[in-house]
Design a protein around this ligand. Structure first.
Ligand code: NAD
Length: 498
C-alpha cells in the first residue's frame, strides 16, 4: 500500500444540512450525524424528516406539475436550465466530490471523475429535452389522422442507494426533468449530502420551486411512505432486489404507480481462450475492485476457459495484489473504505463462507488496518462451484468468484445461471464467439472486450430480477412519459343515426 501524504484535509466539523422543500431549505428536525466510513469522524448532519414533511414535498411537486410551471415550458427552455446546471456542477465539481468521499469512502480521484460523468448526464438530458417527440399516423385514411403524444408521467418519487449517491442521482434527475415531470427525492440516509447540494444548484440554474424536492431520512419510514404514496405517479427505485420487491407490493396496494426498478446483480465476466488475457485480467481486477466492489455492475463471477484458467488467475491475482487500497482523500488511492459497518460485516461473512464451502482463496480475503475506517483487500476465490453462496448471492464487495468451463455452451449456461441479469462482459478476439455470447447471455448492460464503459447516451437497466425499465439517454426520458393516442377526424362525420 502506498503511504503517500493525504492531499485533502478533513472538515473542521460536521456540515449541517436542511432538507429542500418547495424551493427552500427547511430545518428544525431531529438530526442524524454521518461519520466518514474512512476516518470515523462526524462529517455531515442530516435532518430526519417526518412523513408529514414527505407529504408536504409531494404536495409541492404536485402543485408544480399541475400548474405547468415546468412541463409547460418548451424543451429548449427546460434544456437551458439543465445546461446551466451542468455549468454550475463544473464549477463546484471538487466540492461535490469531497462530500461524496466523506460520506461514501470512495477515492477522491474516482469521485471527481464521477462528477464529470454527472455533468455529461445534464448535457445529454438538455439535448434530450429538445429532441423528445411523439409520432404520427398518416396511414389511417383520408378521414382520420393519428398522433401519439408523449406526456410527462407526473410526480416522480426517486429513491437512491449509497454506493454512487451522486452519479445514480444524475443518471436520473436530468432525464426526469427533460420529460417535464416534477419529483421528490429520498437519498440513502448515509449519503444525503450531495443530493441536497444539487437542490441549490438546480435552483441557481433557474429550476422553478417545487420541481425538485429532497426529503431525507430512513428507508423504512420515508422510503416506504414514498413507495406507498397515493399521489406519486411513478417511482424510480435503485437499490436492493429485496426492497425493490417491497416497492412492487406498495405500488399494487396504493395507486398502481408506474415503477422503474434498478436492482442487484451477480454479473459474469466470461474469458474465452482466445482473449487478450492481460487486458481481461486488468478489466476483471478493475471491475471487482472499483468502488470497493460496491457497484451493481461489478463483475463478481469470473467464468474462464479451462485451458487458460491457471495462467489467467495468476495474471489476475498479481494485478489485484498491486491495487492501492487506502485513505480515499489520498490522490493515489484506487480503492477506499467500505461504506457502512453492515456492508463490511456482510462482505467479511461471505469471505468466511467461501472458505468454509471449500473455495480456494487465491489473493486478498483480509482486512487492512489503517487506524480508522474499514478496508478489505480485493479478494479472488478459485474453484467455485455453482451451489456455493459466493457463487449465487450478490456480495456487493471486492470478492470475485472464479469458475471454469470447457465449451462455449457451458460458458453461456454458467453466465445465465443467476436470478439476476444486470450486466455482463465477454472477452474474445473471435467475432463469432463474442457475438454468440452477446446474443445468448441475458443482461441489460453488455461489454465486449471492455468493462464498465459507456456514457449517458446509452440506456441503463436490467433483465430478470435486476429490474424493470431503463434510465438515461432518450430511453430514460421516454421512461418518464406516457403516450396518448390522439385521433382527429377530418371532414363531415358519417352519421350512425340517420
Ligand atoms: P437498499 O435497497 O437497502 O436501499 C436503497 C434505498 O432504498 C435507500 O435510499 C434506502 O433508504 C431505501 N429503502 C430502504 N428500505 C426501504 C423501504 N422499505 N421502502 C422504500 N425505500 C427503502 O440498497 P443499498 O444497500 O442502499 O444499495 C445496495 C443495493 O443497491 C445492491 O443490491 C445493489 O446491487 C443495488 N444497486 C443497484 C443499482 C442498479 O443500477 N441496478 C445501482 C446501485 C445499487
Amino acid at each position: 500500500m502506498d503511504k503517500t501524504t493525504r492531499s485533502l484535509a478533513l472538515p473542521a466539523g460536521p456540515r449541517r444540512f436542511g432538507f429542500w422543500l418547495d424551493g427552500k431549505w427547511e430545518g428544525g428536525r431531529e438530526i442524524f450525524t454521518r461519520h466518514s466510513p474512512a476516518h470515523d469522524v462526524p462529517v455531515t448532519e442530516i435532518p430526519r424528516c417526518t412523513v408529514e414533511d414527505l407529504n408536504a414535498a409531494v404536495a409541492a411537486a404536485r402543485r408544480a406539475f399541475e400548474d405547468r410551471r415546468w412541463s409547460g415550458l418548451s424543451g429548449a427552455e427546460r434544456g437551458g436550465v439543465l445546461l446551466r446546471a451542468a455549468e454550475i456542477l463544473r464549477a463546484r465539481r471538487d466540492e461535490i466530490a469531497y462530500w461524496e468521499v466523506l460520506e461514501n469512502g470512495k477515492p477522491i480521484s474516482q469521485a471527481r471523475a464521477e462528477i464529470e460523468g454527472c455533468i455529461a448526464c445534464f448535457e445529454t438530458g438538455a439535448g434530450a429535452a429538445r429532441l423528445l417527440h411523439g409520432d404520427s399516423f398518416n396511414s389511417l385514411g383520408d378521414k382520420l389522422f393519428g398522433m401519439v403524444l408523449r406526456e410527462p408521467v407526473g410526480v416522480v418519487g426517486l429513491i437512491t442507494p449509497w454506493n454512487f449517491p451522486f452519479l445514480i442521482l444524475c443518471e436520473r434527475v436530468p432525464f426526469i426533468l427533460a420529460s417535464g415531470c416534477t419529483m421528490v427525492v429520498k437519498p440513502s440516509e448515509v449519503t444525503s449530502a450531495t443530493t441536497l447540494i444539487l437542490a441549490e444548484i438546480l435552483a441557481e440554474a433557474g429550476l422553478p420551486a417545487g420541481v425538485y424536492n429532497v426529503v431525507t431520512g430512513s428507508g423504512r419510514v420515508i422510503g416506504q411512505a414514498l413507495t406507498e404514496h397515493p399521489d406519486v405517479d411513478m417511482l424510480s427505485f435503485t437499490g436492493s432486489t429485496a426492497v425493490g420487491r417491497s416497492c412492487v407490493h406498495a405500488a399494487a396496494d396504493s395507486n398502481f404507480k408506474k415503477l422503474g426498478l434498478e436492482l442487484g446483480g451477480k454479473n459474469p465476466i466470461v474469458v474465452f481462450k482466445d482473449a487478450d488475457l492481460a487486458d481481461a485480467a486488468d478489466a476483471a481486477a478493475f471491475g471487482i475492485s472499483f468502488n470497493t466492489g460496491q457497484c451493481c455492475v461489478s463483475p463478481s463471477r469470473l467464468i474462464v476457459a479451462r485451458e487458460v484458467a491457471e495462467e489467467f488467475e495468476t495474471l489476475l491475482a498479481a494485478k489485484m495484489a498491486k491495487i492501492r487500497v487506502g485513505d480515499p482523500l489520498d490522490e493515489a488511492t484506487q480503492v477506499g473504505a467500505i461504506t457502512t459497518n453492515a456492508q463490511n460485516d456482510t462482505i467479511l461473512s461471505y469471505i468466511a463462507k467461501g472458505q468454509a464451502e471449500g473455495a480456494r482463496l487465491v489473493t486478498g480475503g483480509d482486512v487492512i488496518d489503517l487506524g480508522a475506517g474499514q478496508y478489505i483487500r480485493p479478494t479472488l476465490f478459485s474453484g467455485v462451484t455453482p451451489e456455493m453462496s459466493i457463487a449465487r448471492d450478490e456480495i456487493f464487495g471486492p470478492v470475485l468468484s472464479s469458475f471454469r468451463f470447457d465449451t462455449v455452451e457451458e460458458a453461456i449456461a454458467l453466465a445465465n445461471d443467476t436470478v439476476y441479469g444486470l450486466a455482463a462482459s465477454v472477452w474474445s478476439k473471435d467475432l463469432d464467439t463474442a457475438l454468440l455470447a452477446t446474443r445468448r447471455i441475458r443482461a441489460g448492460r453488455f461489454w465486449v472486450n471492455t468493462i464498465m464503459a459507456g456514457g449517458p447516451e446509452m440506456p441503463l437497466g436490467g433483465f430478470k430480477q435486476s429490474g424493470w425499465g431503463r434510465e438515461a439517454g432518450v430511453y430514460g426520458v421516454e421512461e418518464y412519459t406516457q403516450v396518448k393516442s390522439v385521433h382527429i377526424e377530418l371532414g363531415k362525420r358519417n352519421h350512425w343515426i340517420g
